[in-house]
Design a protein around this ligand. Structure first.
Ligand SMILES: Nc1ncnc2c1ncn2[C@@H]1O[C@H](COP(=O)(O)OP(=O)(O)OP(=O)(O)O)[C@@H](O)[C@H]1O
Length: 608
């Protein structure tokens, strides 16, 4: 039982790191708060209502005091009616007003937070997907994902709850203390001397207990690792007859968990006794001293009760600050991480589709001019060393070479995923820098090795090549890509859902979908990253036919793994360790007895 409580708590929330709140971090938060600007009218109204409902909350002890005094025939509150019914009626009206105000306050805060958060989410997501490729090689997808989910949820909580709650508690605290002083400065002094000490002790104690419970949690996780390890390696455990050893290991861990949990329980018990003693002690002390004052006619009973309730208000808001502050720290940390993404330099891609339309046409002439390149994440390894070659419009150029020689890197450079450290790539004789990024990517298509299909219909997946394509265009592309027949063999045809929750397509089928996609895009330059995994001969024939169709009338750069498919290429470039060591057509290269191409060919088929 004790452990159940000890281990409770929202793990995900606990995991979010807290940040220091200082002027720099607050500036960051203010920047993020600028997302509230479009909804500021509603935000201000919500703040106003929050203010009002907190003030009305402060008025309730007044009503209670007035009611009790009125019951004793005393009329101490000049601004309220003197009769019991009169006071009750006013209280009811105020209550209704309070309910009304609270309703709108909550709704408006949520509306503002949801809308501005959706804006932040949209901007963060768009920034993420337009960041250069290099950004992604240094980060894990899970980490980026958590920024969009956990971090932004924390900020959302801060706007909807924490901020409002902090303001409310601040009003209750200052208002409460003010009323305490008005009711009885003497009693207030007694209370205020006790309270901060109690609150500080409670907070420090609470923190210590939380630390203990976290330790117990860690220990428990450790013991679970033992279970996991032994179950995974159960064959080993059995083969070595180590059951007793593992049981002993687990048992020791469990004993530690229990020890920690019991220690935690002791402190928890102590804490509970302390709270009960101090809390009730404080109340008893105040009531005792207050009663003495009532006896001496320094205070009415109504005022005493009022005082006790305000005292509870003040204590409760003092007690709520540490948690609110902790949440604020988490939100500040989350804001910093989100802003980090928003501040990154993105690629020049517009969020408006219309802006990304082709402005400068590319005929298909491509050349590499003394290109030298190392990945920014691994600057010490020069992947491409002084690469120069030309591909005239409509030509087929194949790139071959051992694994790791830099073939895919060349494709990444053509697509402008990265930029050379020296040298340049040009299209139709003009350096890539003279074109807009979207112009280049819109006119270059890639059929990758591993075709990624999105969870959607086959139709949607093909249309990814040209979002504006009509169904007829899509079907036509599928027919040219030898994909129509297999698509129609599914009961739902083009509306068949693919991916995790749908039909799983074979490698060859996925490739033909990718070819249909590329056909629809109709690029001037095509990059074919040949699949390494071999298909069966029928599937291979269908894919090869589709590829031939796709390569017609455009420049094709073929990253070839099977040399049989590139015999007809206009030019073959042989790459080794980032250098072009040979180039020419098949006949020329094969006649070089010492050449790498001839050697690679001999490994794959009889030299002809
Ligand atoms: N994102 C990256 N960051 C850092 N280094 C990379 C990255 N991608 C590839 N490399 C390195 O660049 C070199 C060339 O890789 P590349 O993928 O271009 O070779 P490849 O010729 O296409 O190989 P394969 O035939 O196996 O696909 C390799 O040493 C590889 O480790």
């Amino acid at each position: 039982m004790a452990r159940g409580r000890l281990n409770s708590g929202n793990a995900a929330e606990q995991d979010l790191p807290k940040a220091k709140i200082n002027s720099k971090s607050l500036k960051q938060v203010v920047r993020l708060l600028s997302y509230i600007k479009p909804y500021r009218g509603r935000f201000i109204a919500a703040m106003l209502f929050l203010f009002m409902s907190s003030l009305v909350g402060l008025a309730f002890p007044q009503f209670l005091g007035a009611l009790i005094d009125a019951a004793q025939g005393k009329h101490k509150f000049s601004f309220l009616p003197g009769t019991l019914n009169g006071i009750g009626l006013v209280a009811l009206v105020v209550l209704l007003a309070q309910a009304f105000v609270s309703f709108f306050r909550v709704i408006w805060f949520v509306q503002v937070a949801e809308r501005s958060l959706a804006d932040i989410r949209r901007d963060t997501y768009f920034k993420l997907i337009t960041l250069p490729m290099n950004f992604f090689s240094n980060r894990r997808v899970g980490e980026l994902n958590s920024r969009i989910s956990a971090d932004l949820s924390q900020i959302q909580d801060a706007i909807t709850t924490t901020l409002a709650e902090m303001i409310r508690q601040l009003i209750l605290l200052t208002g409460g203390i003010t009323f305490l002083i008005i009711v009885s400065p003497k009693l207030t002094l007694t209370l205020l001397l006790m309270m901060p000490v109690l609150v500080v002790i409670a907070v420090v104690f609470g923190r210590f207990i939380r630390k203990l419970s976290r330790q117990a949690q860690d220990k428990l996780a450790e013991s679970n690792t033992v279970v996991e390890e032994t179950l995974q390696g159960i064959a080993n455990v059995k083969a070595f007859v180590n059951e007793a050893f593992e049981a002993g290991r687990y048992n020791k861990n469990l004993r530690d968990v229990v020890k920690l949990a019991v220690k935690g329980a002791k402190f928890r018990g102590l804490f509970a006794s302390f709270v009960v003693f101090c809390l009730f002690g404080a109340i008893v002390a105040v009531i005792w001293y207050g009663s003495v004052m009532v006896n001496h006619h320094e205070l009415t009973i109504g005022k005493l009760i009022q005082f006790v309730i305000y005292g509870v208000f003040v204590a409760a808001s003092m007690g709520s600050f540490p948690e609110l502050y902790g949440n604020m720290q988490k939100a500040v940390g989350a804001s910093e991480r989100v802003l980090e993404i928003l501040d990154e330099e993105g690629e020049e891609v517009s969020i408006n589709e219309a802006d990304n339309a082709i402005k400068q046409k590319i005929e298909g002439n491509l050349s590499f001019n003394n290109v030298v390149f190392a990945y920014p994440s691994r600057p010490e390894l020069t992947v491409l060393k002084d690469i120069s070659f030309d591909a005239a419009a409509g030509q087929k150029v194949a790139i071959v070479g051992p694994s790791g020689s830099g073939k895919s890197t060349m494709a990444a450079l053509i697509l402008q995923f990265y930029h050379p450290q020296s040298g340049f790539i040009s299209f139709d004789g003009k350096p890539a820098a003279d074109y807009s990024l979207t112009d280049i990517r819109n006119q270059v298509a890639i059929v990758p090795q591993d075709v990624m299909l999105f969870g959607g219909t086959i139709l949607e997946n093909i249309a990814y090549g040209k979002l504006s394509a009509s169904k007829e265009e899509i079907i036509q592309a599928a027919q040219r890509a030898n994909a129509h027949q297999f698509i129609m063999s599914f009961p739902e045809g083009y509306d068949t859902v693919v991916g995790e929750r749908g039909v799983k397509l074979s490698g060859g089928q996925r490739q033909r979908i990718a070819i249909a996609r590329a056909l629809l895009k109709n690029p001037a330059i095509l990059i074919l990253d040949e699949a390494t995994s071999s298909l069966d001969s029928e599937s291979e024939r269908l894919v090869q036919e589709a590829l031939e169709e796709l390569m017609k009338n455009r420049t094709s750069i073929i990253i070839a793994h099977r040399l049989s498919t590139i015999r007809e290429a206009d030019k073959i470039i042989v790459l080794e360790k980032g250098h072009i060591i040979e180039s020419g057509n098949h006949q020329e290269l094969i006649s070089n007895e010492q050449g790498l191409y001839r050697y690679l060919s001999s490994l794959q088929f009889e030299v002809g």
